[in-house]
Design a protein around this ligand. Structure first.
Ligand code: ATP
Ligand code: MG
Length: 286
């Protein structure tokens, strides 16, 4: 892994955070891949770079909706040139925010844990949905389905909107929900013009020193979202997806019990995954 002269303050599942000062930090995306909240042994070459480019694209595109965590500086402003050269494509300089302790998931379509909940209860996170929906059905309106943020190794848990209000306060919960839905709607409409359906996604927000709600972390990457191609989308089936879903599907069929360690992923699955990440970047930005 890259050695930087800045002090490392956190190593997450995918990103490493370095302190610049008490207001700013450097977020470096590695080539680690986490699936079902477990980090795979083998890195995905160039994934950190591709992911950062996708995220940066969205931050810029969505900047008119709400403030984001960028300070406006480049890595060359905060690192010696030789170090900046090494991480320029996968690092960003951002404000250190106070994270809001929920994951803001927005779903436009029904699949995954949402579908499982719906089949059992006709609801997701306590939200009543129409009868008769099936795998990959488009929802009448995008819905906000928050989950609790658990420590590394634990699985995040879907919570009801009321639980979300209890965790972060009524006023903030409404702001987070409305912002997340607005971001999703704009992004999903754009992606559709590029042949991509954004099935669902997770946003993270924080508060700046003035208490302003700010978009942080990464935005609308294959790591935080499910992307489908409109060419292969079919209601009632599990659409083959761009991106990480490919590895997830491979892991699912391997019979793995989703507890660490994960099975070794074959080289061709790794290569296919890199190709998928690159394809998403190309489709969205060209
Ligand atoms: N601007 C910011 N200010 C403070 N924390 C941030 C900011 N942007 C992102 N983060 C946090 O930095 C970490 C990024 O690392 P990474 O996503 O790899 O962690 P993680 O292990 O996946 O943790 P999590 O499950 O919380 O996402 C996350 O915990 C995220 O909440
Ligand atoms: Mg994360």
């Amino acid at each position: 892994m890259t050695e930087l002269s800045l002090k490392k303050i956190y190593s997450g599942k995918v990103r490493d955070l370095y302190e610049i000062d008490d207001k700013r930090m450097l977020m470096v995306a590695t080539d680690r891949l986490s699936a079902f909240d477990v980090i795979l042994d083998d890195p995905i070459p160039r994934k950190g770079e591709i992911l950062t480019q996708i995220s940066n694209f969205w931050f810029k595109k969505l900047a008119h909706i709400m403030p984001n965590h960028f300070t406006g500086e480049t890595v060359y402003d905060v690192l010696p040139k030789n170090e900046a050269d090494l991480v320029k494509d996968r690092a960003v300089v951002c404000k250190r925010l106070t994270p809001i302790k929920i994951e803001s998931i927005v779903r436009g379509y029904l699949t995954g844990s949402g579908l499982k909940d719906y089949k059992k209860t006709s609801t997701i996170c306590g939200l009543k949905l129409p009868e008769g929906l099936v795998e990959a059905s488009k929802l009448p309106e995008p819905i906000f389905t928050p989950s609790s943020k658990e420590e590394v190794g634990d699985h995040d848990i879907n919570i009801s909107y009321e639980e979300c209000e209890a965790k972060i306060g009524k006023e903030l919960a409404a702001k987070v929900r409305d912002s997340a839905i607005a971001l999703y709607k704009e992004a999903a409409a754009y992606a559709l013009t590029k042949g991509i359906i954004i099935c669902d996604t997770k946003f993270e927000f924080g508060l700046d020193e003035n208490g302003t709600l700010t978009l942080m972390d990464e935005v609308l990457t294959p790591d935080s979202s499910r992307f489908w191609s409109i060419d292969t989308y079919q209601e009632g089936t599990n659409p083959p997806s761009f991106d990480k879903q490919f590895v997830r599907d491979w892991l699912e069929q391997s019979g793995w019990n989703k507890q660490a360690p994960a099975p070794k992923v074959p080289a061709d699955v790794i290569q296919k995954t890199v190709d998928k990440y690159q394809e998403v970047l190309d489709l969205l930005t060209k």
